[in-house]
Design a binder for this molecule. Structure first.
Ligand code: ATP
Ligand code: MG
Length: 403
């Protein structure tokens, strides 16, 4: 990063690390990427470095590749007029760093740094970091009118950093929450996912308090138009879960009746929708420490999620004393241990892993079709009950008796 900045200076330009990486460095956190801002124009940046990618050339962003790591280098810019509540009509380059910092969303994100100049903090971001406050740069209402996504970003940063939201900033969201309808569901989902997978997922409650709920979850969700108590309950569940997105979405949607609809509305991928739905819809599934019950539950819930996600979800529900759950944490440990044994013993958990197949039943003279399927299911049930039965001769004998 310092190499890129030095190189830009050698060529007569200025350059600074800017935004999230400066905030993280000030807070003693390790930045996950480094954004650089410069008065050099994109084509000038491209002429200085060997390997560059035109990431967002229209917006002034060029990615400089160094040792296989990409660094986004963006020309100082002013956002033109915002006419639609989400995008500037045009971006205008500026030779002035302060102008670039002024267009950024929050004071903590509007600092710049390089080794020559030290830190540039014209909007008191350091003070807000010390006071643990999210505050808009400039007049909050203006800033949210320009880009309504910033309202959710305020909650997102408050969740990730465990900061509170400054009063004026908070109240402006309370006034302008309806503008979130202008923002695409994809962008909303990105922020929501970051909120719930953060260290303080309970900050989700601000979505409810500020009236953003129906714009995030849609009109038909049980999280829309409800009082805060539902949010308190799901926050409590999420706080007991690891910060994995499947698990946190399951926690969030524990009371949801149409999970597919809510998650599809948020443009989540099919894998997430499928896993979260299976977790939540099976939360009251009969399960005990009995191995046959464990095998049946694994088949119903899915081997792919049973131990990694389902048992984790159950543990959280047990910790919050969720209604209808009779298992204890010790039971979950026992189930987990016995599940590992089932796997180690290679016990049959799939129709396909049975010692008989359709063709074996056909050889007994059964016609193709539903009957074969039905008999296989009955045999599978017995095998789940007692894995010793998964033997070709035994199963054929059993099948004969069923015919
Ligand atoms: P993260 O650690 O999640 O990447 P970040 O602060 O880098 O956090 P980004 O969304 O990557 O957040 O944005 C980079 C920087 O660009 C921000 O720090 C902020 O200065 C600016 N920025 C991003 N989105 C907006 C926005 N909608 N309005 C104003 N400024 C923004
Ligand atoms: Mg970033």
């Amino acid at each position: 990063m310092a190499f890129i900045i030095d190189k830009l200076y050698e060529n007569g330009y200025e350059a600074f690390a800017v935004g999230g990486c400066v905030r993280d460095a000030v807070m003693g956190r390790i930045p996950h990427d480094w954004d650089i801002t410069t008065n050099a124009l994109p084509k000038q940046v491209k002429s200085i470095f060997n390997k560059t990618i035109d990431t967002g050339i229209k917006h002034g962003t060029v990615t400089v590749m160094l040792n296989r790591v990409g660094y986004e280098v963006t020309t100082y810019r002013i956002d033109g007029e915002y006419t639609d509540g989400r995008h500037p009509k045009e971006v205008v380059f500026t030779p002035n760093l302060t102008e670039d910092l002024r267009r950024r969303d929050f004071t903590i994100n509007a600092m710049a740094y390089n080794d020559k100049t030290g830190i540039i903090d014209e909007f008191d971001g350091i003070e807000d970091i010390q006071n643990k406050v999210i505050r808009c740069v400039g007049v909050p209402e203006d800033r949210f009118n320009e880009d309504a996504l910033r309202m959710l970003r305020a909650i997102r940063f408050s969740a990730q950093l465990d900061f509170s939201i400054d009063n004026d900033t908070y109240n402006a969201i309370g006034k302008l929450y309806k503008n979130l309808s202008l923002i695409s569901k994809e962008r909303i989902q990105t922020e929501l996912t970051k909120i719930i997978t953060s260290e303080s997922p309970g900050r989700i409650k601000d979505i409810c308090r500020l009236g953003l709920d129906r714009y995030v979850f849609g009109d038909n969700s049980v999280l829309s138009g409800v009082d805060i108590s539902v949010y308190e309950k799901v926050s409590y569940i999420m706080e007991k879960l690891p910060d994995n997105s499947y698990l946190r979405y399951a926690g969030l949607l524990t009371y949801e009746t149409d999970i597919e609809n809510v998650l599809r509305g948020l443009k989540l991928d099919n894998k997430t929708i499928n896993i979260v739905a299976r977790l939540v819809y099976n939360k009251n599934k009969e399960l005990s420490t009995n191995k046959a019950d464990i095998r049946r539950a694994v088949v119903a819930i899915g081997e792919d999620i049973f131990s990694e996600y389902y048992l984790e979800y159950m543990k959280a529900l047990i910790k919050v004393k969720h209604e209808g759950i009779t298992l204890s944490l010790e039971d979950i440990d026992t189930i987990s241990f016995r599940y590992q044994e089932i796997i180690a013993d290679n016990e049959c958990l799939k129709l396909n892993d049975m010692a008989v197949h359709g063709k074996d039943l056909k050889a007994l003279g059964l016609p193709d079709g539903k009957l074969i399927g039905d008999i296989l299911k009955i045999l599978f049930d017995r095998v789940l009950e007692n894995p010793q039965l998964n033997n070709k001769e035994i199963l054929i004998e059993m099948a004969k008796k069923l015919i």
